[in-house]
Design a protein around this ligand. Structure first.
Ligand SMILES: Nc1ncnc2c1ncn2[C@@H]1O[C@H](COP(=O)(O)OP(=O)(O)OP(=O)(O)O)[C@@H](O)[C@H]1O
Ligand SMILES: [Mg+2]
Length: 247
């Protein structure tokens, strides 16, 4: 279980200090697929990066499996980060490494007891025929599948996804959503996914936190696919689609 307790993070902005994340409390269950949606600058990336301590909090507490992440020493952090995979909007692949070597990269950095065999993984993400290709020879969707395979190879308990489909067109987005769904079914990790794309939330997530200006203004269970309706605020528009169902 992931628990954020009244976490805040301040940055220096043009008009002085401001809260990028403002007193947020959230609980994410084991094996849940949990979305975080909000407009640009809402604090989504900052928030998700608290979970693997890539970002330090100013106030509050971050707990994962009843351990306090924001109090970890270096050794504990290293161990914790081995349990947390991450995929990124811009894929973050090494251009001078092949598909296979990109996926194997985490294993060359740390020792892992239990991993997924590279052949199985290449098959799983549909890149068996691309194993000796370089990133520059791949489409965006294929690059992201490499990113997913690289995150999965260490069998993470938690997979953090920061805008995994935002650099992709609609078809490739569906493809990545499908791969993440299958990965969740197969490996059963907790997935925390940041996006500003409502259809990704609807098609993949079980609950979603709606962020506005550093605050989580609501957490909504996802039930139905409905048409986008006119509503006043961003929060209301998201609710309209996710919660109220057909009317
Ligand atoms: N290192 C930093 N220094 C100063 N301000 C920062 C820093 N990192 C983020 N911010 C600011 O904090 C706010 C939240 O940023 P964050 O990246 O978490 O937003 P986001 O919701 O992920 O946005 P996007 O959808 O554009 O990725 C923004 O106003 C951003 O400019
Ligand atoms: Mg972001």
């Amino acid at each position: 279980m992931i628990e954020l307790k009244q976490v805040s993070k301040r940055y220096q902005g043009q008009a002085g200090m401001f809260s990028a994340v403002d007193n947020v409390s959230l609980t994410i269950d084991d094996r849940e697929i949990f979305g975080i949606i909000g407009e640009s600058g809402a604090g989504k990336s900052t928030l998700i990066r608290f979970i693997n301590a890539l970002e330090q909090i100013d106030e509050g507490e971050v707990w994962v499996d009843n351990e306090r992440v924001d109090h970890f020493n270096k050794k504990q952090l290293r161990q914790h980060r081995k349990d947390v995979g991450m995929i990124f909007q811009q894929f973050n692949l090494m251009n001078n490494l092949t598909v296979e070597d990109n996926i194997l990269l985490p294993l060359s950095l740390h020792h892992y007891e239990d991993t997924i065999a590279i052949d199985e993984l290449l098959e799983f993400v549909g890149l068996a025929d691309k194993r000796h290709h370089y990133p520059s020879q791949l489409s965006g969707g294929q690059k992201q599948r490499v990113g997913i395979a690289r995150a999965l190879i260490t069998k993470p308990k938690i997979l953090l996804c920061d805008e995994p489909t935002s650099a992709l067109d609609a078809n490739r987005t569906d493809e990545i959503v499908a791969v993440l769904k299958r990965a969740h079914q197969r490996f059963g990790m907790t997935i925390v996914l940041v996006t500003h794309e409502l259809d990704v939330i609807q098609n993949l997530c079980q609950r979603v936190a709606i962020m506005e200006a550093g605050k989580v203004v609501d957490v909504v269970a996802i039930q139905t696919n409905t048409a986008f309706k006119d509503a006043k605020s961003y929060h209301e528009r998201v609710l309209e689609v996710l919660k109220h169902g057909e009317s």
